[in-house]
Design a protein around this ligand. Structure first.
Ligand SMILES: Cc1ncc(C[n+]2csc(CCOP(=O)(O)OP(=O)(O)O)c2C)c(N)n1
Ligand SMILES: [Mg+2]
Length: 323
């Protein structure tokens, strides 16, 4: 788990720096959420269980295979293949439209249930996304049909510059579960073992046919919302410093060192292994020539006449150097 968390931080930092150099597109760092994502994936069975991420989790889904990192690097470099995952990789692509992935997860869970397949769907979504109607509709429906789904609400205290005090009048986000008739659990999202425990229990409940669970994982955003943000405009510097003091990656490493399960050699090995995968994924994504009209290939199997016209128009503008 720690190796995956370390890899996630290295990859997130690399992408942030490459965006600053103008070589990758806008990205949302995972920094501060590594423990909740990694703790969750280690409680799952990647060959049976589906992940529906928001946009901050891809860096830490390494347990689902290095292919997630390779596809995500392509996505950040502007290639549509980065959102087109191969069969067998049970991860949905990045979702920018807040909470749209939550009904998708419930639909997948319902499908698994109807086919008698022993898997669960896990939807990651933020405190901000939890204010969308999609969440309420999906959670209500899932509870009624007892769908094998885990709602992983990651409360990092902010939705861009909106603090949780402006997001909900409920005492906790987990409290909302009562109205749906499902258990609501609040967990320290900076502690991967605690997350692993609650997700293991939620998964067991789901596959036993007992229905969904709402988990509120409390984390801290360590910095930028995305590369298009400046958190120092709205987060007091003391709060940012306090969040960094609770950084889950060095905290977990120190915990494992204190019981003799981690040392400098393991740290160096984890970093080298992560860098090898990340170097390769980033190099390949940056080396691939950009085809600005390629996204038309990934909208409909049969392009509409309007899309064909738009594609031709785009290529004309490209040829004139005006796109
Ligand atoms: C439907 C919709 N409305 C607004 C936005 C703009 N938006 C992008 S990220 C974001 C904040 C989301 O906060 P949260 O769900 O807490 O996730 P976090 O970024 O904190 O991980 C907003 C409002 C959007 N992407 N989609
Ligand atoms: Mg948030």
């Amino acid at each position: 788990m720690l190796r995956t968390m370390i890899a996630a931080r290295i990859y997130s930092t690399r992408c942030f720096n490459l965006q600053r150099q103008g070589r990758l597109g806008t990205m949302a760092p995972v920094d501060g959420n590594e423990a909740v994502v990694v703790g969750t994936t280690y409680a799952l069975q990647p060959e049976h269980d589906w992940i529906f991420p928001q946009y901050r989790e891809q860096y830490a889904l390494g347990r689902y295979g290095d292919e997630v990192i390779r596809r995500h690097a392509l996505y950040l470099a502007g290639h549509p293949e980065g959102s087109n995952y191969p069969a067998g990789l049970n991860v949905f692509p990045c979702q920018i439209s807040l909470a749209a992935q939550v009904p998708h997860a419930v639909g997948m869970a319902w499908g698994l249930m109807r086919q008698g397949l022993a898997g669960v769907a896990v939807a990651f979504f933020g405190d901000g996304a939890s204010s969308e109607g999609d969440f309420y509709e999906a959670a209500n429906f899932a509870a009624v049909i007892k769908a094998p789904v885990v709602f992983m609400l990651v409360n990092n205290g902010w939705a861009i510059s909106t603090p949780t005090s402006m997001q909900t009048a409920a005492v906790t986000f987990a409290d909302k579960a009562a109205a749906f008739g499902m258990p609501g659990v609040r967990v320290d999202g900076c502690d991967p073992i605690a997350v692993w425990e609650v997700v293991t229990a939620a998964r067991a409940r789901a596959v036993a046919g007992e229905g969904p669970t709402l988990i509120e994982a409390v984390t801290h955003r360590l910095g930028h919302h995305t590369t298009a943000d400046d958190p120092t405009r709205y987060i007091p510097v003391e709060q940012l410093a306090a969040a960094r003091a609770a950084d889950p990656v060095p905290t977990f490493a120190a915990q494992l060192r204190s019981v003799g399960l981690w040392d400098d050699e393991l740290q160096a090995d984890a970093e080298a292994a992560a860098n090898a995968v990340i170097d390769d994924a980033v190099d390949q994504a940056l080396a691939r020539p950009l085809a600005p009209d390629a996204f038309f290939d990934h909208v409909f199997a049969q392009p509409t006449p309007r899309m064909r016209r738009q594609r031709a128009q785009l290529l004309e503008l490209e040829a004139e150097g005006r796109s």
